[in-house]
Every structure is written in structure tokens, then in C-alpha cells.
Design a protein around this ligand. Structure first.
Ligand SMILES: Cc1cc2nc3c(=O)[nH]c(=O)nc-3n(C[C@H](O)[C@H](O)[C@H](O)COP(=O)(O)OP(=O)(O)OC[C@H]3O[C@@H](n4cnc5c(N)ncnc54)[C@H](O)[C@@H]3O)c2cc1C
Length: 448
């Protein structure tokens, strides 16, 4: 018998604006007492929920249980910028694309496989255009360096036979209402989600067929006579097979130690402002989505619902070994967001931020997931490398395929990589990774 206590449980730093403006349509159920199941999934983010849907497709009569430490939509899956990106999105390469044409094509095929799965789920669970919008995205450039990065990214896309359109400064001004940008590169395949609504509606749709228990953190995992038992505060689940969709917390379950980088990303959402003449003059069209041409710059999105608009901005990264951030760190990041906002939208200076928050990404040095059967009957769908809306969706699907023995071309290709490589020991990792992040952010300059 092996019992593994779970070292640390997730922490939410700040309330995400997406969650604050999202509505729950189903009650919170906590696990109480003992439950037996065919499958246990731990974590109800993109990875866990996608694994559950895929399992349901493959084994519709099996009993599937999902355990979530917090509530669906409060974790990182409900607090991101909501870009489901089909083209390469490697954060450690300043123009996103790091491989040759073949690997670019392979990566796009995988991303699109995951986005198609998400699209079908969105359709099945009745998501609106405000929750799941296949509108594409623009890589916006505010500097000569950003323009060069866009050109270089455009060349990678061209070599892979991919559609893309360059926009000039006037077109960027017409879309965003801002004079800040020199140009942009539009790719049509990205889907923009309201992330908290997406995961909540996904979970609500699943909950007709499976049990999703929230506020039910797994505090230990034990294997006894071929069965796994997960203990929560008030109950337990026994199942022969378990899928971990806990992203960086997989380390707290005792796996991939010293191989995963935990990077905080920070975002703020403005208070609503009128989507009328004022909103259009200050910030252009009702909806648009900009990624920075330099991966270390600012992601900026405008959303409009009814006659109210908001801007959501994400800038700055830090590597931290702790889970809880100080209020002063969050305030400092919100100030950085304010500077970026005011530089782009001077007419919105009077519109305050209503919410500022942070969330944890999980990256590996060699940009691979922490994936596979890591113990008998225990599967990992973790380490999303910064694009979890897509990569964690894919990891969840692939973990379900692997765990059920469903062999597909996609799974074979997905498994064709080495595991995450080892990081330098602390405090060298902390020093090294934060120095690289900061230097790259400084180099990004006005893109941030
Ligand atoms: C500000 C910000 C902006 C971002 N923008 C984007 C973007 O535009 N596009 C994109 O693709 N990605 C973006 N990301 C990253 C994206 O949010 C993550 O990649 C994604 O959430 C990972 O999904 P996941 O399901 O793997 O993990 P998570 O979303 O972290 O879900 C894991 C779940 O496991 C649960 N859990 C952990 N431990 C336990 C336990 N012991 N018991 C039970 N449950 C447990 C957690 O509570 C959590 O709900 C952004 C992130 C941030 C913070």
C-alpha cells in the first residue's frame, strides 16, 4: 500500500474579473462519504473537464467522478485571457514559432484537434457567442522590433501554408480606436472564450452524466489492492484508474519534482463603460483581441455585452515557489496594467480597474507536457506550457485515450516526446528564471 499526502492545495490570488461577471447555472456539490467509481478525475479545469467528456464519449456507461479543490471557474481555467490559439504559441520564443515548417504544421494540427473538440462541446452545451467566439486574433506591434517579429512570424506561417493578413497602423486604429499600434498580424483560427463561463457551462453540461464535486480538495492518494483511494476533507473516492488534471500541482502529488516552472501571470479588468459613441471613440469596435507581437508584451482584449464594454489586460510574469502572493505584489502589477492601459487608451483614463488577479502557469524547460501513465492506473494530463485552453484540453483528451487503451494517430503523435527536463536547483532556478523573464520584459519595451 502506498499513501501519498498531497503537499499543497491551490490558492486563488485576487478575484478574477471573468468569474465576477460570470453566472453559475448549477449548484455546488461537495463530496461527503465514500463513493466508488470506474474513473476518478482530479481537477475541473480544461484538462480535467476535457478528460471527463472524452471518457464519457468512449465509455458512456462508466461511473465518472470529478473532484475539484475549489469551485469550477475560480481556478486558472477561469482566470486566463481566453485565447484558444491554433497557430504556434511558444512563450519562450519571442515570435512564438520555434520549429521548422513541419513541426509548425504538426503543432497546428494538434491545436486544431483540441479546438474542434472544444467547439463541439460548446455546441453540445449551448454556449453563446459571448462565451465561445471563433473570431481570430491579432498579433499587435507597437515597436519596430514588434513589426519585425510579426514579419518573421508571418514567414513561419507562410512556410507552413497558413492564412494570415498584415494590418497597417490605420487599420489597427480603426479596430482598436488607439494610435498606439504600428501594425498587426491577423490569423483567423483562434477562438475567444469567456473562460469562467466556458468551464462552468462545460461542467454544467457534464453534470447530467457524471458527478462533479467542488470544494472537495484531494488531500491524499493511496493505492491498495489495485484500487486508488482519494481522500477529501469530508469523503473519499475509490477507483481503479485516476487522471490528474491539476497542472503544476502534479508536483504536490509527488510527481515531476524539480522539472516544472511555476509562472504567475497577472491580469486586470476595467469597470464597464458605455459601448456607445464614447466607447467607440475611446476604444474602437465592440470586440477585438490583441496578443503582443513580442511574447513578453501585453495581451489586451475588449469585450462588449449589451451596451457595456470592458477592457481586459494581461502583462508581467514572475516565477515563484510559493502559492500565495502578497497584496503589494498584486497592487504593483495592477499599476503596471494601468500604465499599459493609459498609454494605449488615454480617453479611458477615468475608467478604473474593477478586478486585478493572478494565476499560475506551468512550463517545462523543453516545452513538453508532464504526460503519461506515471504509476499503475494513474495518468497525468499536466503542464500546459502557457496555452492551457488548448494544450490542457488536448492533454485531457489524450489522457482519456491512453487510460482506456484507445489507440489513435493523434495519441501516437502526442506521445512522441521526451519528458520534462530537470531544472537547476533552488535558489538558482528562481534567480535564473526571474532574471530571464525580467530581461525579456525590458526588451519588449512598449509592447508591454
Ligand atoms: C492571467 C492569465 C492569462 C492567461 N491567458 C491564457 C490564454 O489567453 N490562453 C491560454 O491558452 N492560456 C492562458 N493562460 C493559461 C491557462 O489559464 C492555463 O494554461 C490553464 O488554466 C491550464 O488548465 P489546466 O486544466 O491544465 O489547469 P488549471 O486551470 O490550473 O486546473 C487545475 C484544477 O485542479 C484543481 N486542483 C489542484 N489541486 C487539487 C487537489 N489537490 N484536489 C482537487 N483539485 C485540485 C485546481 O483547483 C484547478 O481548478 C493564462 C493564465 C493566466 C493566469
Amino acid at each position: 500500500m502506498i499513501t501519498r499526502p498531497v503537499k499543497r492545495l491551490p490558492v486563488e490570488n485576487g478575484i478574477s474579473g471573468w468569474e465576477a461577471i460570470s453566472q453559475r447555472s448549477f449548484p455546488v456539490r461537495c463530496l461527503e462519504g465514500r463513493v466508488n467509481a470506474d474513473w476518478l478525475i482530479i481537477g475541473a479545469g480544461f484538462a480535467g473537464l476535457s478528460a471527463a467528456r472524452r471518457l464519457l464519449q468512449l465509455h458512456p456507461d462508466d461511473k465518472i467522478v470529478v473532484l475539484e479543490a475549489s469551485e469550477v471557474g475560480k481556478g486558472t481555467s477561469g482566470r486566463n485571457s481566453g485565447y484558444m490559439i491554433d497557430v504556434p504559441h511558444n512563450l519562450s520564443s519571442s515570435e512564438y514559432s520555434s520549429g521548422g515548417a513541419d513541426s509548425t504544421r504538426r503543432e497546428m494540427a494538434q491545436n486544431r484537434y483540441a479546438i474542434e473538440f472544444a467547439r463541439r462541446a460548446a455546441e453540445a452545451y449551448g454556449m453563446s457567442r459571448e462565451t465561445f467566439d471563433p473570431a481570430g486574433k491579432i498579433n499587435a506591434a507597437a515597436t519596430a522590433r514588434g513589426m519585425k517579429l510579426n514579419v518573421s512570424f508571418g514567414q513561419s506561417l507562410k512556410a507552413a501554408g497558413e492564412k494570415h493578413t498584415f494590418l497597417d497602423a490605420a487599420e489597427m486604429r480603426e479596430i482598436t480606436g488607439s494610435n498606439y499600434y504600428l501594425g498587426g498580424l491577423y490569423t483567423p483560427g483562434a477562438v475567444l472564450i469567456q473562460p469562467a463561463d466556458y468551464v462552468r457551462q462545460f461542467a454544467a453540461g457534464l453534470s447530467h452524466d457524471i458527478d462533479v464535486f467542488e470544494r472537495s480538495p484531494v488531500t491524499s492518494l493511496r493505492r491498495d489492492n489495485g484500487t486508488w483511494m482519494a481522500l477529501t476533507t469530508l469523503g473519499s473516492v475509490c477507483a481503479p484508474k485516476v487522471i490528474l488534471g491539476v497542472n503544476g500541482h502534479v508536483e504536490d502529488f509527488g510527481h515531476f519534482g524539480g522539472r516544472l516552472m511555476h509562472i504567475f501571470a497577472y491580469a486586470s479588468m476595467t469597470a464597464p463603460f458605455p459601448a456607445d459613441d464614447f466607447g467607440h471613440k475611446a476604444s474602437g469596435r465592440d470586440r477585438w483581441a490583441l496578443l503582443p507581437a513580442d511574447a513578453m508584451g501585453a495581451t489586451v482584449r475588449k469585450i462588449t455585452s449589451g451596451n457595456q464594454s470592458r477592457i481586459v489586460i494581461r502583462t508581467r510574469y514572475t516565477y515563484d515557489t510559493t502559492l500565495t502572493l502578497s497584496q503589494s505584489r498584486l497592487s504593483k502589477m495592477a499599476q503596471a496594467h494601468r500604465r499599459s492601459m493609459d498609454a494605449r487608451f488615454p480617453n479611458l483614463e477615468g475608467i478604473p480597474f474593477e478586478h486585478s488577479w493572478a494565476g499560475r502557469l506551468c512550463l517545462s524547460l523543453n516545452h513538453v507536457p508532464a504526460f503519461g501513465e506515471i504509476d499503475e492506473g494513474l495518468f497525468s494530463a499536466c503542464c500546459e506550457n502557457g496555452l492551457g485552453t488548448v494544450k490542457s484540453t488536448l492533454a485531457g483528451m489524450m489522457a482519456a485515450d491512453l487510460a482506456t487503451g484507445f489507440t489513435s494517430r493523434e495519441l501516437k503523435e502526442y506521445m512522441n516526446h521526451r519528458g520534462p527536463t530537470r531544472l537547476p536547483p533552488e535558489p538558482f532556478a528562481w534567480l535564473g528564471i526571474n532574471s530571464v523573464i525580467r530581461l525579456q520584459e525590458l526588451r519588449a519595451g512598449r509592447e508591454g
